[in-house]
Design a protein around this ligand. Structure first.
Ligand code: XLS
Ligand code: CA
Ligand code: CA
Length: 437
């Protein structure tokens, strides 16, 4: 059965094309900065937003048909979702997908039944992957939706919930390994708290690390060679999320000796919720050697929550792709569209339009980031700005020869430092002139 009936195989037609079902900038085979676009961008479809979310919000029911033509049996629906997902990815030329355990298979009445459903769907999806050549970017467990997770998962006050979370992660990781996944994500979910009046923060943090340590041990023993990721987010659903932002997560990973197995999965909308820019979070991951993967989406500057919109902001995508290129590109990671169509965009056609604009936005971001690097003026400016560290007293500082005494002597013997302009507006002008030429 065909689900995206109006959607043809999407091809690159160039910016002049006025056909809606066409790429204007994304040309997977085009070589940019030494690699094919598709290998730079490694686009992934998010199973949950694309195939499961029906557009409900606190004020209204679902607007989108996710019964796949009126199906009622949960396993039949699960298979229809897989069929629809692979149809969409094939039509868009998307080579990867990401999932939570409960996205691909319905929960049963017991844990054992849920496990059976999960592995039945793993077999089904494996067949689709073999047919299409589409791969798994990363898997994860939804340890936040059900009532048992109301006080958190690894950070729950209830040890039975900790155990349940561990059991779910074991199965989600087994499913990821079985499907050849290149990553496994921990997003905080309800790992945080509402009030210190009922919270033992020290125990909760230790327990969160304990579950990650167990996961690494188990995964490596099963031959998983991919990356584990933590995805920072500052709020939603809890008031204080333990994985607030990249810097907080890096401190946590180092404290608990997890930084050689874990990297970061940076989401654009989570960066802005934390009061950072997307590129700031990517840079923090990069300079700490923990850049891993990206959840590509965007928030709304006028709304203070996680709107998970499809990315259409080209300047932001350009700054993000500059960071990705500076990090040396993706290895196991990629650009997962953790994004959903607006509630009013309720048709299957809208999903295709959303992916097209997202893919075009990142294609343009990549092209422009490469042009900025090749133009060289911005990099040259930055290099020159720090040139005082390449000679004299600056060289002594960075090479470890300076002491407080030697620097006092230097300061006593020399005149007041002479400042140079930071030239922010000049640099913003260069950025714009490359973006809009
Ligand atoms: C929620 C997160 C979530 C993770 C995977 O805000 O973005 O979807 O990416 O659990
Ligand atoms: Ca995400
Ligand atoms: Ca989000």
């Amino acid at each position: 059965m065909e689900y995206f009936k109006n959607v043809p195989k999407i091809k690159y037609e160039g910016p002049e094309s006025d056909r809606p079902f066409a790429f204007k900038y994304y040309d997977g085979e085009r070589v940019v900065a030494g690699k094919k676009m598709k290998d730079h961008l490694r686009f992934a479809m998010s199973w949950w937003h694309t195939l499961c979310a029906g557009g409900s919000d606190p004020f209204g029911v679902e607007t989108m048909d996710r019964s796949y033509g009126g199906l009622t049996d949960p396993m039949e629906i699960a298979r229809a979702k897989a069929d629809a997902g692979f149809e969409l990815m094939t039509k868009l030329g998307i080579e990867f997908f990401c999932f939570h355990d409960v996205d691909i298979a319905p929960e049963g009445k017991t844990f054992a039944e849920s496990k059976e459903n999960l592995f039945a769907m793993v077999e089904y999806i494996k067949g689709k992957m073999a047919e299409t050549g589409i791969k798994l970017l990363w898997g994860t467990a939804n340890n936040f939706g059900a009532p048992r997770f109301m006080h958190g998962a690894a950070t729950s006050c209830n040890a039975d919930t900790f155990a349940y979370s561990a059991a779910k992660i074991k199965n989600a990781l087994d499913a990821t390994i079985e499907l050849g996944g290149q990553g496994y994500v921990f997003w905080g979910g309800r790992e945080g708290y509402e009030t210190l009046l009922n919270t033992d923060m020290a125990l909760e943090l230790d327990n969160m690390a304990r579950l990650m340590q167990m996961t690494v041990k188990y995964g490596r023993s099963k031959g998983f060679k991919g990356d584990f990721y933590v995805e920072p987010k500052p709020k939603e659903p809890t008031k204080h999320q333990y994985d607030f932002d990249a810097a907080t997560v890096i401190g946590f990973l180092r404290k608990y000796g997890l930084d050689s197995d874990f990297k970061l999965n940076i989401e654009a909308n989570h960066a802005t919720l934390a009061g950072h820019t997307f590129e700031h979070e990517l840079a923090v991951a990069r300079v700490n050697g923990l850049f891993g993967s990206v959840d590509a989406n965007q928030g709304d500057p006028n709304l203070g929550w996680d709107t998970d919109q499809f990315p259409s902001d080209v300047p932001s995508a350009t700054l993000a792709m500059l960071e990705v290129l500076r990090a040396g590109g993706f290895t196991n990671g990629g650009l997962n569209f953790d994004a959903k169509v607006r509630r009013g965009s309720y048709t299957f056609d809208d999903i295709a339009y959303a992916y097209i604009v997202g893919m075009d936005t990142y294609a343009l971001g990549l092209i422009k980031a490469d042009e900025i690097i090749r133009d060289g003026r911005i990099d040259k400016f930055v290099k020159n700005r720090y040139s005082s560290y390449t000679k004299g007293i600056g060289k002594d500082i960075v090479e470890g020869r300076a002491t407080l005494e030697s620097l006092e002597k230097y300061t006593l013997e020399n005149p007041e430092p002479v400042m140079e302009s930071g030239r922010q507006e000049y640099l913003e002008g260069i950025f714009n002139s490359i973006l809009y030429r």
